[in-house]
Write a protein of this length. Sequence first.
Length: 57
Amino acid sequence: MNADCAECGAGISVPEDAIVGEIVSCKDCSSEYEVAEISSGSVLLKPAEEAGEDWGE
C-alpha cells in the first residue's frame, strides 16, 4: 500500500500487514504518520501526535 507524504509529497510505502494506529514515516523528510484507516487495499494516514513531556507535573 502506498500513500503520499503531506510534507514533501514523497511516496510512503505502508506494509501490507499494517494495522490502524501503527506509525509509519517518510523516508525523505522523516515526518511521522499514524495509519488512520485501511480499506479495500488503500490506506489513510494522519499526522502522528507528538507526545509531550509532562516533567512530573
